[in-house]
Design a protein around this ligand. Structure first.
Ligand code: ADP
Length: 215
């Protein structure tokens, strides 16, 4: 399947993407994970992206499009892909449209995961992430803590609160989402690709997607 996952930070895009990859071998492409990996590795990309990310601001569109143009042409994308955290702005959505046309790729849908703001705020302040850039497993101190406090179940690295998950940065990310990314819902509606799901359950989203793509 070839999907865009839309929704505010904390709506569950990453969780849904991971569940969907198990269904048909599609790969999850998370621009946030790619960027955090680059920051940790200290690459040129990471150096350019770091300050924007820490502040809860978006990284400039040209950097993101460079990443995606390469990533979508890698072999593992042939089975399908789930775009998690991209596109994030109307210019990115337009550029993606041009890129997919050029590559001869058609999308199945843009899935908007609609979750109430109070649920989002609670999830983000209690979210913890594995600090190992190759792992980036997600935990929640209330609903799904690691077995040993502060230690990743999967790889044993420290589990931390992300720099952009302080209350101030979270507020900023949600404002940025409403201003820059929420307009993509209309964009994909006009493209005839929009599928909206209002739920706090990732399983509900997965089932709606399965029905849509015939799995
Ligand atoms: P979340 O969806 O939880 O906000 P992500 O992991 O998707 O977090 O992204 C973290 C940060 O990485 C964003 O706040 C932003 O700075 C940057 N980022 C990720 N994807 C994009 C994108 N498509 N365009 C611009 N910046 C991005």
């Amino acid at each position: 399947m070839r999907l865009i996952l839309l929704g505010a930070p904390g709506a569950g895009k990453g969780t849904v993407a991971k569940l969907l990859t198990k269904l048909d071998g599609s790969v999850q492409i998370s621009t946030g994970d790619i960027l955090r990996g680059a920051v940790q590795a200290g690459t040129e990309l990471g150096k350019r992206a770091e300050a924007f990310m820490k502040a809860g601001d978006l990284v400039p569109d040209d950097l993101i499009m460079g990443i995606m143009e390469q990533r979508l042409q890698e072999r593992d994308c042939q089975q399908g892909f789930l775009l998690d955290g991209f596109p994030r702005t109307i210019p990115q959505a337009n550029a993606l449209k041009g890129l997919l046309d050029k590559l001869g790729i058609e999308l199945d849908a843009a899935v908007d995961i609609d979750v109430p703001r109070d649920v989002i705020l609670d999830r983000l302040t209690t979210r913890r992430t594995c600090s190992n850039s190759g792992c980036q497993a997600i935990y929640n101190v209330k609903s799904s803590p690691p077995k040993v406090e502060g230690v990743c179940d999967k790889c044993g690295s420290p589990v931390i609160q992300r720099d952009d998950e302080t209350e101030e940065a979270i507020g900023k990310r949600l404002d940025t989402y409403n201003e820059k990314t929420a307009p993509l819902v209309d964009f994909y509606e006009k493209e005839g690709l929009l599928m909206s799901v209002s739920t706090t359950s990732s399983d509900d989203v997965v089932n709606a997607v399965k029905a849509k793509v015939g799995l």
